[in-house]
Design a binder for this molecule. Structure first.
Ligand code: PLP
Length: 633
């Protein structure tokens, strides 16, 4: 566990059990030992054939854990409740979940259900997100906020006003000044009084990767002058009492509570000024940015770590708002936050199999034997290089040996390109030079493990912005991993590899694959429940993973799979690119006839094999999963 820093990033939800597997602790620190769920048991249950009592699903797999989601939500609420109580703050906290972080229907339905007793709401940033938040919040608390962010046109604003008509507690947050005219006009036409918020562009700047849109020159929000113009216009329209919420968002992964307090303090000043100008202010919405410690280092100068936990975050926010409001004698506002990453990251684990490995160049005795034989037939010029290398080795001059080995290899490659050296000799030179650098300890052999996964589909942030997530084998953690490896995916793309890991490592400690007939080797990517699923694309037409929802239960396995959805099939991903699998199938059948497949039985076999291909997932059917695939068909 210490090798992979699990205690740092995994606490309190993930630990290593006595079988050497990763266990989930569904209730966080409240979890009792018998309530832990062994991830390998989930993988077995999910991937075993239906005939064996399994679910017959193919990997890669997303395991969703609603108990963890509930725990995150309740922990955030309790952190604010505690800060409010202990600081004598005279209002309450009422958060919203920004659905952009993960729009999965069941994630959102769970959040609405789990948060309904404390009025937890949703945030939307586009028209489809608004539609889904409207329908999901029908089952939530009537007081839960529905915060409408993002750029808006007349249709978005009409929809948000319809939501108010449907008694959803909707706030239209002005992202641009021009939106105000539309809000005033459309609300008059529809005969609904809007609740309006505005997004302020703060001067406080978050300097990390996720803060590039913050500060005075940031992309979003209203400048101070624009805020004043909005106030004036609302006053003229007799609607200043409708302006009730001030919002800001200084970026995701806010690194420290010092920066947070700075931003919240600045926003609280604007809030108090809006009160002074006569707006009907009630809520300060501090946006997202509550960070995740992906490497467990608690560092404040890294994009993948933050120097605080939920309690410190909540305490800093409450204190900053209270301090400003008390000095201005302003009634304490309701505090709203739009934490996304912090709510959904932990509840989802991506599990994938390493299917093969290209082992680092470690010469074997047999390749060495063969190589020495070929070396006898080197060209005269290459022989000189070989001789120099041998003599340096006999003298024990390690540095010179390395230098000569490099020169020897370079010269031999040139000769091969010129056509004067044979392929056998070139292979022998490679083996010899690898042996020299391994013996001298100059090379640190790194193997490449091939993952049955698409990085572009499942971990897009690694490719796009270099975001690191903890990646760890989910079993065999009671055995010392003997290999250093990087991970490469199934796509034919040189970017489809992971060669940076948490802790600044350029390789990951991995176990040797067990080979034919052995069990599969499974890795988990943790803390990836936010952003990855909607951002992921269809590169090489690899679709999303299978998804299961796993809850704690008192049954024999201590868990229950409450939903199981296979990943998109080849047909599904083809359809996403406008192909029509049914027409493709017909065309291929006609082609089979044209190619002389007249025998009815042969045609039927060909048809069913084609149908199987359209229905199967694009990922590899591996040794450990092929039994399932066959059994399922
Ligand atoms: N609110 C707004 C306006 C955002 O743009 C974002 C994301 O960038 C969030 C909330 C969620 O932020 P986070 O996931 O850091 O909590």
């Amino acid at each position: 566990a210490s090798l992979y820093k699990i205690d740092g990033w995994g606490a309190p939800y993930f630990s290593v059990n006595s079988s050497g597997n990763i266990s989930v602790r569904p209730y966080g620190s409240e979890t009792l030992p018998h309530q832990e769920i062994d991830l390998m048991k989930i993988v077995k249950k999910v991937s075993q054939p239906k005939s064996n009592g399994g679910l017959g699903l193919q990997l890669p797999l997303i395991v969703r854990l609603p108990d963890v989601l509930k725990n995150r939500l309740e922990s955030l609420q309790s952190a604010f409740d505690f800060a409010i109580r202990s600081q004598g703050y005279e209002s309450h906290y009422q958060g919203v979940y920004p659905v952009k972080c993960n729009q999965d229907r069941f994630v959102i339905e769970d959040i609405v259900e789990f948060g309904s007793s404390f009025r937890f709401g949703l945030e939307a940033g586009s028209k489809p997100e608004l539609l889904l938040t409207m329908s999901c919040l029908c089952k939530g608390s009537p007081e839960a906020f529905l915060v409408c962010n993002g750029f808006k046109d007349a249709e978005y604003i009409s929809l948000a006003l319809v939501a108010r008509k449907l008694a959803l507690n909707t706030v239209i947050v002005l992202e641009q000044e021009e939106e105000l005219d539309l809000v005033i006009d459309i609300s008059r036409k529809l005969g609904v009084l809007p609740v309006i918020g505005l997004r302020a562009k703060l001067r406080t700047k978050h300097s990390g990767h996720f803060g590039s849109t913050s500060g005075e020159k940031g992309k979003f929000g209203l400048t101070t002058m624009q805020i004043l113009r909005v106030v004036r216009k609302l006053e003229q329209a007799n609607m200043l009492h409708c302006l009730q919420l001030l919002h800001f968002h200084i970026g995701s992964q806010i690194p420290s509570t010092a920066l947070l307090a700075d931003g919240v303090g600045e926003a609280a000043q604007i809030y108090c000024e809006l009160v002074r100008l006569g707006a009907g202010m009630k809520v300060i919405d501090i946006g997202g940015g509550l960070g995740i410690d992906y490497d467990g280092s608690r560092s404040t100068d890294s994009d993948i770590s933050v120097g605080y936990g939920l309690e410190e975050y909540a305490a800093a926010v409450v204190q900053a708002v209270r301090y400003v409001c008390d000095r201005k004698f302003v009634k304490h506002p309701v505090i709203c936050s739009e934490s996304g990453r912090a709510i959904v990251s932990h509840h989802s684990i991506l599990i994938f199999e390493a299917v093969s490995a290209t082992v680092a160049n470690t010469p074997t005795m047999s390749s060495l034997g063969l190589g020495l034989q070929y070396l006898e037939k080197l060209t005269d010029e290459a022989c000189v290089g070989y001789q120099n290398l041998k003599e340096a080795a006999v003298r024990g001059e390690l540095e010179t040996c390395l230098l000569y080995a490099d020169q020897f290899k370079e010269r031999c490659v040139d000769q091969f390109k010129e056509g004067s050296l044979g392929i056998e000799q070139l292979a022998a030179v490679d083996v010899l030079c690898d042996l020299v650098s391994k013996t001298i300890g100059a090379s640190d052999p790194v193997s490449t493990y091939h993952m049955n996964l698409s990085l572009f589909t499942s971990i897009p942030d690694f490719w796009a912005i270099g975001q690191l997530f903890p990646i760890v084998p989910i079993h065999r953690l009671d055995q010392r991993p003997g290999v250093k490896g990087i991970l490469s995916d199934l796509t034919c793309d040189s970017d489809g590899k992971i060669d940076k890991f948490i802790g600044g490592e350029s390789s990951l400690a991995l176990h040797e694959l067990e080979g034919q007939g052995g069990d599969g080797y499974y890795l988990g990517m943790f803390l990836g429940g936010a952003y990855q699923e909607a951002l992921g694309g269809l590169h090489n037409l690899f679709g999303g993973p299978s998804v299961v929802r796993v809850s704690k239960s008192d049954g024999p396995h201590s868990f229950a799979v409450t939903r199981a959805v296979p990943g998109p099939s080849c047909g599904d991903v083809l359809r996403a690119m406008q192909h029509e699998p049914e027409l493709m199938f017909e065309a291929l059948k006609v082609r089979a006839e044209e190619c002389g497949q007249e025998d009815e039985l042969a045609r039927a076999a060909l048809s069913s094999s084609l149908i199987r291909s359209f229905h199967s997932m694009p990922y590899l059917v591996t040794n450990s999963s092929c039994a399932n695939a066959i059994a399922n068909n």
